[in-house]
Design a binder for this molecule. Sequence first.
Ligand code: ME8
Length: 526
Amino acid sequence: MSKPYYITTPIFYVNDTPHIGHAYTSLACDVLARFKRLDGFEVAFLTGTDEHGQKVAKSAAAAGVDPQAFTDKVSQHFRDMGTALGLTNTDFIRTTEPRHKRACQALWNRLVERGEVYLGRYAGWYATSDEAFYQESELTTNAAGKKIAPSGSVCEWMEEPSYFFRLSVWGERLLAFYDAHPDFILPSTRRNEVVSFVKSGLEDLSISRTALTWGVPVPDAPEHVMYVWLDALTNYLTALGYPDENADRFRTFWPADLHLMGKDILRFHAVYWPAFLMAAGLPVPQRIFAHGWWTNEGRKISKSLGNVIDPLELISTYGLDPVRYFLMREVPFGQDGDFSHAAMVRRLNSDLANDLGNLAQRALVLVQRFVEGRVPTPGPLTEADRALLDPAEALLATVREALDAQAFHKALEAVWSVIADANRYVDTQAPWTLRKTDPARLGTVLVALIDVLRRVGIVLQPFMPQTMGRLLDQLGVPVGEARTFAALALSASESLPPGTPLPPPQGLFPRVEEQKAEGRDQGSEG
Ligand code: ME8
């Protein structure tokens, strides 16, 4: 029986077109989902769109269309982005679906039954672009006299009847929970921010609006619609069949293993969400990870600045796998990152074309030229061979540990350290000389190289599925079991019997011309 693993992206607001930021979170989840599958887990991977609330209602009104028609159209753009990115999500949720309304209303009723909700009146600050309430003490005043949230969004004063969730009574229990689960919020710097926010004292949370009709109606009080964040967070339960807690999917996959998101929405996931769940008597997710923020050439990415980086355009310029690699490698996961085409070209040329691409090409060309295109028979291993093979054999464990901490960059660093070892090994072993001086030793060296490439190819599949598929084809590794992590337990001769014919090699990663970057970076500033 395989172990379950449930991973989610945020559900994205349909007021915007998908950009590099949305692609980033989605790709990180996809890498983890693919990794866990190859590692023998049964994976549920959820993404989707957040379609209610004032922000979406305003965008629909501005576009002059009915909100449902508007969300139908924009939600499709996010699905299309997923297809272009090669996402392997197992579900795509839209919060305007009937299954979701049912789940939200059931969760609401549960909170009411448990005495967690009361009717009152909200009077305070609200930022529509964040769909968030702010306390006066968090705000600053800009030159025009407007109140500004820490996110930079403009706040408006709002007063209306509202249902409240008794968040104020959950502070101590949240702190005790964070204490007992030190890895619940990662990275730890972000965890500290959340802890101090909770320690500063929580106020009850307004969870319904009357000034708005675009939302899930509150049961028995249809003049209220639910606060969009209560509605949105519930999506993680809806997709598993909630409120049917006996549904197979729910029993198998709840609580989630990982909710992954940007740092902008950590508070909702790390404070409100566990409080709602605890209040409803439901288990709390295992981990909330908040990654950093991408800027474009040092500037905030926004439609109004006209500097949005379109993932589809990146893919058509550089190819899908290089884009996937760059985003997971360039910035230590958790930190902020600045995008530039120059950095992209540099990295693709050095890591992919030079290091990995060259290694594969060198080794496979030698096999064609010197041993008739067949896997040779290895002889006894030397110290130099072990120095190459030991870290390559340990790679899966190293990568697994890094990915279990969402350290994508560390996982890739470990793989590239093996690739660098292998390139040095080719230089020091000089197989072109061995051909004449010691043909038996040549066989050993080539088999060691093929085995390192096989290991690298298998471990990198979650990051670059298409290209690593092609590499494994060229190494004669059959599709299926032989490409899963279980196959990494096999030795070189168990996995690729001597005599196996290998097809003529084809380059994996073409070099990107430097000119591709030139002009683009300036161009995106305009
Ligand atoms: O917040 N850099 O949706 P949203 C990195 N609907 N990541 C970025 C980014 C950037 N510049 N811009 C966006 C919402 N993201 C809610 C979520 S979940 C129950 C509800 C990514 O469309 C990042 O994952 O504003 C961020 O958290 C998310 O998009 C915000 O998406």
